[in-house]
Design a protein around this ligand. Structure first.
Ligand code: PMP
Length: 290
């Protein structure tokens, strides 16, 4: 079952007119909400990011936070998997082909839930191999645009070389990866590229920043030079489907000693603990606790 413009239906019945600006121009934005054990993770933060993407391209937000949550609940309940990823795709709507944004369109809203593919134990234990490429994407990577051709070209090149992801550098500085943020450990300090127009502000990136601050782990938010990336002790990749994973090979060369590092292992444990709701305290039944 999917959601299209206010109705729930089987995906086979969903139809979108060919003049939809999402089809013609990639004129739309999307959001992806991970759901663990049927509970959406950081729902408010995902809604806020969708709102920022829509505002940046001047598409009115068709959702309140309550309806956004209600659509997730309904799609997740209809699906057998406990862990799911819910995609929201919102385009400007249907109009005669014209580069300028037409006024007064009704956005097209499509939402689907898919089973979530979580990292394998091998990926956690051994890390990922990535390729490093020049970032050829546009200069508004902070908008979660549905126009992902640059991402797709880069990722396809990397997977063709047997790599799981492609890490991007622009003008000698690390930006991010095709569908993840990238952090680097250099001289024991976690280096985090700033959330500017060159990267997507990842919800998992923010989780890592919070954990670094709470656990007083040395870190700096600042531009990261390509040389620091290539000479790092550890490189981490973060996203809603990965939490945090280690990159252990870049362009065929080992990162550090080629094994996931100690700071990564600590961070992964801390991240996983956040997603597991604390056990309810057992009811003790004695009068002073009633
Ligand atoms: N950068 C890009 C380009 C992405 O597509 C994603 C995945 N949404 C991320 C970073 C990571 O964001 P998040 O942690 O919210 O999944």
């Amino acid at each position: 079952m999917i959601y299209l413009n206010g109705e729930y239906m089987p995906i086979e019945e969903a139809r979108i007119p060919v003049l939809d600006r999402g089809f013609i121009f990639g004129d739309g934005v999307y959001e992806f909400v991970p759901v663990f054990e049927r509970v959406p993770f950081r729902l408010h933060e995902h809604f806020a990011r969708l709102e920022r993407s829509l505002a940046a391209v001047k598409i009115p937000n068709p959702f309140s936070e309550a309806t956004f949550a209600a659509v997730i609940d309904k799609l997740v309940a209809a699906h057998p998997s406990a862990n799911q990823g819910v995609y929201f795709h919102i385009t400007r709507g249907v109009a005669p082909r014209d580069h300028s944004f037409p006024k007064g369109l009704t956005p097209t809203v499509f939402v689907m839930a898919n089973p979530l593919t979580l990292p394998t134990q091998k990926q956690v234990d051994e890390g990922l191999a990535v390729a490093v490429r020049e970032d050829i994407r546009w200069l508004r990577c902070d908008i979660k645009s549905t126009s992902l051709l640059g991402h797709c070209m880069l990722r396809t090149e990397a997977t063709g070389e047997g790599c799981a992801e492609v890490v991007l550098v622009r003008d000698g500085f690390l930006t991010e990866a095709s569908s993840s943020n990238v952090l680097v450990v250099k001289d024991g300090v976690v280096l985090c590229p700033p959330k500017d127009h060159l990267i997507l502000p990842g919800i998992s990136y923010d989780v890592i920043l919070e954990l670094l601050a709470v656990h007083r782990i040395a870190h700096e938010v600042r531009p990261v030079r390509e040389a620091e990336l290539r000479g790092a002790e550890e490189v981490w990749i973060t996203s809603s489907t990965k939490d945090v994973l280690a990159i252990t090979r870049m362009d065929g060369k080992p990162v550090g000693d080629g094994r996931p590092g100690p700071l990564f292992r600590r961070m992964r444990t801390l991240f996983s603990a956040l997603k597991t709701p604390p056990e309810k305290p057992a009811h003790r039944g004695s009068p002073e606790h009633d």
